[in-house]
Design a protein around this ligand. Sequence first.
Ligand SMILES: [Zn+2]
Length: 545
Amino acid sequence: MPLDDVALGLQRALDRLIRRLRLGKPPVSGHRRRLLIVQIDGLSRSVLDEAMARRRVPFLTRLVGQRGYRITPMSVGLPTSTPAFQLAAMYGVRPDIPGFHYHDRRRKSDVYFPRAGDAARVEQTQAAGRRGILDGGGAYGCIFTGGAESNLLTFAMIRRPSGAGLLRTVSGAVVIGWVLLKGTVASAIELVRAVLRIVADPVSGLRDGGWKWLAIKIGISVWLRELFTLVVSRDLYAGVPAIYVNYVDYDVAAHAWGPRHPRALRALRRVDAAIHRLWRVLRRVPEHGYDFYVLSDHGQAACVPYRELTDGPPIEQSLFDDFLDPPGATRTAVAGSRARPLASGFKAFRTQRAPGLFQRFVNYLERDFPWVLGEQREVRERAGIRVISAGPDAFVYFLDSEEPLTLERIEARFPELAAKLSISTGIGTVLVRSESGPLCFWRGRRYGLDELHTGPFARRADIERVAEGIRDLMAMPSAGDLVIYGIDAPRGNVSFIPEVGAHAGASLDEMSTFLIHSPNVEVTTSLTHPIHLYSHFARYQTAAA
Ligand SMILES: [Zn+2]
């Protein structure tokens, strides 16, 4: 778009002016190669292939078909989740990140990535001492910084954007102004369109999430994509040594409507167009020597929400109702919760199960609005057992133990718990540690990692990746004593939170992604875990040192 170029040209002139005033140093030029990584969040290899065949991603199709770019298959390990992927890829470590939301036994607190501070603490403790692949570069829309000094909407920096990042972004005032103007116009157009659609057909427009769609579209698709594309363009002109940008449009749409839904594919097409714009900028600065990569951190599995299937309470409640509440035991209040004054008044009712209308009201609040009572969404804790549902995965922690409990010790308390859970409605597999290593329960039977092909993962060509993923996951100290998956439940995949596209599990689509790269770049290791990306991308840093 030529107008974008005008905005960027103005902005470059501004940068030159700032340099002339000796406010910053000019970009270093030299012989080193530079790194641009574009992540399409949540895109599986199979959806990419289908989208290419159906001309839904015209730019990527041309990049591969006409420019000789290669698609190298990648398996991303377990859990199939952005934070686990990015920590491994950015720092080359096998992380202790069992999901998007989990309990850290050692700190005795939950980790929930969107919460300010959590991602930064995980990055500080788990990447300790290692050089990230983005040292001195930029990270946009990522979970972690990877060492980048410029961070925008990166989870680890949400509360505390890095000084340079802020300055660099603000020095791009022209870019921001342009994004605001363009975003406003585009939002207005979207709004008018959506209102027209809802007026024309109010029932279906709202029933299938018309307003939600609108919010997502304006909030993420228009603003973030626009902002990221322009800020990255700015960095490319400036010769920033390493850039990682994550486009989340497709992942968000796929969670809301499913990985192959037309709306998700339309979001993918818009991401494709944004990547094309970055490519055009790259071609104007061949002297910077950028190597250009497009990758995905995990795929998604189409699923049904647990509560739609069971027509009952969420799993963090039903596990207590059906399995974990010992008969006759009284319910205890949540330890360490920051209960509000209102909540403490309710506690008496919650511990005594008093009869009557008010008790029913409290039960209703407890089930549907637990945070009113001082509990977090998707978390329940009773009698020293904490359950967290994080997506298609749920974790059960026995808090009285410092170390994860083995099956033997769990079943001393709850006989045959794992087998019974694995035949419960909406549950696919149940993972647990044992004296003889990790075990997988499926349809009531137990399987060792060397027996997976005879049961839950029969017919999987990548069975070794699945076994390795389960071994890694259950070696994480923060993975639950029981790790329960709704993926591959008898009547199809299930997520424990309200979504129809999910990831964290071991289905083929979730685990199989790709790395698209130039034919001039040799990818020497086979990419069977995101940790292998680190050794490839870290070379760009070594070259600079
Ligand atoms: Zn996602």
